[in-house]
Design a binder for this molecule. Structure first.
Ligand SMILES: [Zn+2]
Length: 195
């Protein structure tokens, strides 16, 4: 038989814990973990709750403004971070990230349907064993670039099923762009480049 009041007392303890700084940090940690494990659920939730995001943005506004004031007063920090991120984009891992985020930005601009995670892209890329999915030549996985099978501009989606890994040569020849966005080894910059 249950003792009366035990459940209530226990709930009170949980409530107190979740409101404490340690409990709140744990909650945030848990949410981060959940979002990382379920990226699509998070994307879906976000698109269904625009007002919740707006509220949270408004809430953090003063804090952000303070951060930017602090940041603006220290240009050397800005320069250092910029240099760091430029250096990172020259590493294989950074290059991969840049490619992924650039495609995401492009897809968002075109307001196309669908999204995929970086892990999904890497899975597609690595499944090729470094062979271009267009011309069939071996170039090595690091040299493969992201390509939409049906181009976004022609109504293709941004779901992983419409993504394949092709070599730079094919990426620049194919499609309606005639160029690719790549790190140009000559300048080290991310730019339109006839690779
Ligand atoms: Zn190719």
């Amino acid at each position: 038989m249950k003792r009366p009041g035990v459940r209530e007392r226990r709930l009170e303890i949980y409530r107190k814990y979740h409101q404490s700084p340690r409990g709140q940090e744990k909650n945030r940690e848990h949410a981060r973990g959940y979002r990382a494990r379920n990226p699509d659920a998070w994307v879906k939730w976000r698109s269904e709750h625009p007002e919740a995001l707006k509220t949270s943005r408004l809430k953090s506004k003063p804090k952000k403004a303070e951060y930017h004031r602090h940041y603006a007063a220290r240009p050397e920090v800005h320069a250092r971070r910029l240099a760091q991120s430029r250096a990172y984009r020259k590493t294989p891992k950074g290059l991969e990230s840049a490619r992924y985020y650039n495609e995401r930005r492009r897809a968002r601009k075109l307001k196309v349907k669908g999204s995929f995670t970086k892990e999904e892209w890497l899975k597609v890329r690595d499944a090729t064993d470094g062979v271009c999915s267009y011309c069939g030549k071996y170039v090595g996985v690091e040299k493969l670039t992201l390509d939409h099978i049906v181009p976004l501009s022609k109504g293709g989606t941004n779901y992983i099923t419409n993504i394949r890994a092709i070599c730079k040569r094919c990426n620049s020849r194919r499609g309606n762009r005639g160029y690719i966005w790549e790190i140009n080894p000559a300048t080290g910059r991310y730019e339109k480049w006839e690779g």
